[in-house]
Design a protein around this ligand. Sequence first.
Ligand SMILES: [Ca+2]
Ligand SMILES: [Ca+2]
Ligand SMILES: [Ca+2]
Length: 248
Amino acid sequence: MSCSRWSFHWSFWGAAARPSPGGVCPCEGDVNANGVVDGEDLGDLLAVWGECSDCLNCAGDLSGDCHVDGNDLGILLAQWGACPLLPPNNDACANATVVTGFTGSANPFCTYGANTDGPAIPAGCSAPSISNIFSDVWFRVVAPITGTLQFGACADFNVRMAVYDEGIFGACACPSGIFPAALLGCSTTDSFVTCGQGTALLVPVEAGRCYTVRLGGATGQQGTGNREPAISTSTSTRPPASSPPPTR
Ligand SMILES: [Ca+2]
Ligand SMILES: [Ca+2]
Ligand SMILES: [Ca+2]
């Protein structure tokens, strides 16, 4: 089990939007992700009216069709007011959010109202050592290539992270239960140049294998942030699976 701590600099990460715990997770219509749908969101939506310049990173496109138009305005107006006090959708490991993109764009997450459903962390798995990851939310990654998975997060709270292997039956699995997924590594909040409270792990991964990422906080710590998955091939190049015999 690899339990090293890793430090990086992410120049593309900005500060998280919400500074203090005790809020609510953003809801549909909450364009600026501050827990309430109001005139600020309306202004943000109208400011990007029309076709999205980036379909995957278009905050005003609430309907997900790469256009900011009357449909999105209708969604916003229907959600007007404070976002409901609901736990995040990926609060339970069984409902982990599937990660498919490995780009540099920001991917928001929120732990307000999340329960701690992951197991305790064994001593020595991070520096400084942690006993648990509280108010955890979950993500799943099926590695598209064999290489190194870098999973990082930049948050507005004291964030912690763990990465687990797939189950013994060769499928995605959670770290609790009769056949728990094995812990591969964990990390605590570190300081970064552009990220006040961030954390990251590097995990060697195999193509097609499922990995489960757990994000949470220190005791009593909840909040929002951006996660950043990245994957790269290992530095050693592998020969092709089969090479034709030389001919002359
Ligand atoms: Ca808002
Ligand atoms: Ca839309
Ligand atoms: Ca949870």
